[in-house]
Design a protein around this ligand. Sequence first.
Ligand code: FES
Ligand code: FES
Length: 159
Amino acid sequence: MTEVSMTVNGKAVKADVPDNTLLVQYIREHLRLTGTHVGCDTSQCGACVVHVDGKAMKSCTMLAAAADGADVTTIEGIADNDLHPMQTAFKENHGLQCGFCTPGMIMTATDMVKRYQADGRELTEDAIRHELEGNICRCTGYHNIVKAIADGASKMTSA
Ligand code: FES
Ligand code: FES
Protein backbone atom coordinates (compact mmCIF):
# COMPACT_ATOMS: atom_id res chain seq x y z
CA MET A 1 0.00 0.00 0.00
CA THR A 2 1.06 3.56 -0.62
CA GLU A 3 -0.22 6.70 1.04
CA VAL A 4 -1.10 9.33 -1.51
CA SER A 5 -2.17 12.86 -0.84
CA MET A 6 -3.10 15.42 -3.43
CA THR A 7 -5.47 18.28 -4.08
CA VAL A 8 -8.44 17.36 -6.27
CA ASN A 9 -10.75 20.14 -7.43
CA GLY A 10 -9.38 22.39 -4.71
CA LYS A 11 -9.90 19.88 -1.89
CA ALA A 12 -7.06 18.10 -0.05
CA VAL A 13 -7.51 14.30 -0.19
CA LYS A 14 -5.44 11.48 1.27
CA ALA A 15 -5.74 7.68 1.13
CA ASP A 16 -3.84 4.42 1.40
CA VAL A 17 -4.10 2.67 -1.96
CA PRO A 18 -2.56 -0.48 -3.49
CA ASP A 19 0.73 0.41 -5.18
CA ASN A 20 -0.65 -0.36 -8.65
CA THR A 21 -3.69 1.94 -8.37
CA LEU A 22 -4.03 4.09 -11.46
CA LEU A 23 -4.88 7.74 -11.05
CA VAL A 24 -8.16 7.17 -12.91
CA GLN A 25 -9.10 4.37 -10.48
CA TYR A 26 -8.31 6.61 -7.54
CA ILE A 27 -10.44 9.41 -8.98
CA ARG A 28 -13.41 7.19 -9.90
CA GLU A 29 -13.39 4.47 -7.26
CA HIS A 30 -11.97 6.19 -4.19
CA LEU A 31 -13.17 9.75 -4.72
CA ARG A 32 -16.34 8.73 -6.63
CA LEU A 33 -15.74 11.42 -9.24
CA THR A 34 -17.17 9.42 -12.11
CA GLY A 35 -17.20 12.19 -14.71
CA THR A 36 -13.72 11.02 -15.69
CA HIS A 37 -14.37 8.04 -17.96
CA VAL A 38 -12.45 4.91 -18.93
CA GLY A 39 -12.85 4.07 -22.59
CA CYS A 40 -9.87 1.89 -23.36
CA ASP A 41 -7.33 1.55 -20.53
CA THR A 42 -4.61 1.45 -23.18
CA SER A 43 -3.89 5.16 -23.46
CA GLN A 44 -5.67 5.69 -26.75
CA CYS A 45 -9.14 7.20 -26.29
CA GLY A 46 -8.63 10.23 -24.06
CA ALA A 47 -11.88 9.72 -22.12
CA CYS A 48 -9.85 9.79 -18.91
CA VAL A 49 -8.08 13.14 -19.41
CA VAL A 50 -7.73 15.28 -16.29
CA HIS A 51 -5.39 18.15 -15.49
CA VAL A 52 -2.37 17.37 -13.32
CA ASP A 53 -0.57 20.52 -12.18
CA GLY A 54 -2.39 22.38 -14.95
CA LYS A 55 -1.52 20.01 -17.79
CA ALA A 56 -3.81 17.57 -19.60
CA MET A 57 -2.93 14.00 -18.68
CA LYS A 58 -4.47 10.63 -19.51
CA SER A 59 -5.20 9.45 -15.98
CA CYS A 60 -5.15 5.79 -17.07
CA THR A 61 -1.46 6.16 -17.90
CA MET A 62 -0.39 7.38 -14.47
CA LEU A 63 -0.23 5.76 -11.06
CA ALA A 64 -2.03 7.53 -8.25
CA ALA A 65 1.28 7.47 -6.38
CA ALA A 66 2.88 9.44 -9.21
CA ALA A 67 0.35 12.22 -8.58
CA ASP A 68 1.29 12.43 -4.89
CA GLY A 69 1.45 16.11 -3.98
CA ALA A 70 -0.10 17.20 -7.27
CA ASP A 71 -2.94 19.59 -7.97
CA VAL A 72 -5.53 17.62 -9.96
CA THR A 73 -8.61 18.99 -11.70
CA THR A 74 -11.34 16.76 -13.08
CA ILE A 75 -14.36 17.65 -15.21
CA GLU A 76 -16.32 18.16 -11.98
CA GLY A 77 -13.92 20.91 -10.94
CA ILE A 78 -13.70 23.18 -13.97
CA ALA A 79 -16.94 25.10 -13.54
CA ASP A 80 -17.75 27.57 -10.78
CA ASN A 81 -21.48 28.01 -10.27
CA ASP A 82 -22.21 28.17 -13.97
CA LEU A 83 -20.85 26.04 -16.81
CA HIS A 84 -17.25 26.60 -17.91
CA PRO A 85 -17.17 28.55 -21.21
CA MET A 86 -15.92 25.41 -22.99
CA GLN A 87 -18.87 23.40 -21.63
CA THR A 88 -21.24 26.11 -22.86
CA ALA A 89 -19.58 25.97 -26.29
CA PHE A 90 -20.03 22.17 -26.49
CA LYS A 91 -23.69 22.60 -25.54
CA GLU A 92 -24.35 25.39 -28.02
CA ASN A 93 -22.49 23.74 -30.92
CA HIS A 94 -23.90 20.24 -30.39
CA GLY A 95 -20.36 19.02 -29.70
CA LEU A 96 -21.59 15.76 -28.23
CA GLN A 97 -23.88 12.88 -29.02
CA CYS A 98 -23.78 10.14 -26.35
CA GLY A 99 -21.43 12.28 -24.22
CA PHE A 100 -19.03 9.49 -23.24
CA CYS A 101 -15.96 11.17 -24.72
CA THR A 102 -17.06 14.68 -23.70
CA PRO A 103 -15.33 15.07 -20.31
CA GLY A 104 -11.99 14.09 -21.86
CA MET A 105 -12.63 16.28 -24.89
CA ILE A 106 -13.36 19.29 -22.67
CA MET A 107 -10.32 18.73 -20.43
CA THR A 108 -8.13 18.36 -23.54
CA ALA A 109 -9.73 21.43 -25.11
CA THR A 110 -9.26 23.74 -22.13
CA ASP A 111 -5.60 22.71 -21.84
CA MET A 112 -5.15 23.25 -25.60
CA VAL A 113 -6.66 26.74 -25.49
CA LYS A 114 -4.55 27.76 -22.49
CA ARG A 115 -1.32 26.53 -24.15
CA TYR A 116 -2.02 28.34 -27.41
CA GLN A 117 -3.04 31.52 -25.60
CA ALA A 118 0.11 31.40 -23.42
CA ASP A 119 2.30 31.03 -26.51
CA GLY A 120 0.37 33.65 -28.50
CA ARG A 121 -0.34 31.08 -31.23
CA GLU A 122 -3.50 31.04 -33.26
CA LEU A 123 -5.68 28.00 -32.58
CA THR A 124 -6.70 27.20 -36.15
CA GLU A 125 -9.12 24.46 -37.19
CA ASP A 126 -6.14 22.40 -38.40
CA ALA A 127 -4.41 22.87 -35.05
CA ILE A 128 -7.54 21.77 -33.16
CA ARG A 129 -7.83 18.64 -35.32
CA HIS A 130 -4.14 17.85 -34.79
CA GLU A 131 -4.39 18.42 -31.02
CA LEU A 132 -7.36 16.03 -30.81
CA GLU A 133 -5.36 13.07 -32.11
CA GLY A 134 -5.37 11.51 -28.61
CA ASN A 135 -9.13 11.77 -28.14
CA ILE A 136 -11.53 9.35 -29.78
CA CYS A 137 -15.25 9.99 -30.24
CA ARG A 138 -17.11 6.78 -30.99
CA CYS A 139 -20.10 8.73 -32.25
CA THR A 140 -17.76 10.35 -34.80
CA GLY A 141 -19.00 13.80 -33.97
CA TYR A 142 -15.67 15.42 -34.69
CA HIS A 143 -16.93 18.24 -36.91
CA ASN A 144 -19.08 19.78 -34.19
CA ILE A 145 -16.44 19.06 -31.55
CA VAL A 146 -13.93 21.11 -33.56
CA LYS A 147 -16.50 23.90 -33.97
CA ALA A 148 -17.23 23.78 -30.23
CA ILE A 149 -13.56 24.05 -29.30
CA ALA A 150 -13.06 27.04 -31.63
CA ASP A 151 -16.10 28.71 -30.06
CA GLY A 152 -14.95 27.73 -26.56
CA ALA A 153 -11.56 29.28 -27.26
CA SER A 154 -13.15 32.62 -28.06
CA LYS A 155 -15.50 32.36 -25.10
CA MET A 156 -12.51 31.63 -22.80
CA THR A 157 -10.68 34.65 -24.22
CA SER A 158 -13.59 36.98 -23.56
CA ALA A 159 -14.55 35.43 -20.18
S1 FES B 1 -9.12 5.31 -20.75
FE1 FES B 1 -7.34 6.51 -20.72
S2 FES B 1 -6.87 6.86 -22.80
FE2 FES B 1 -8.65 5.58 -22.87
S1 FES C 1 -20.22 11.80 -28.16
FE1 FES C 1 -20.36 9.63 -28.04
S2 FES C 1 -18.28 9.01 -27.90
FE2 FES C 1 -18.17 11.10 -28.40
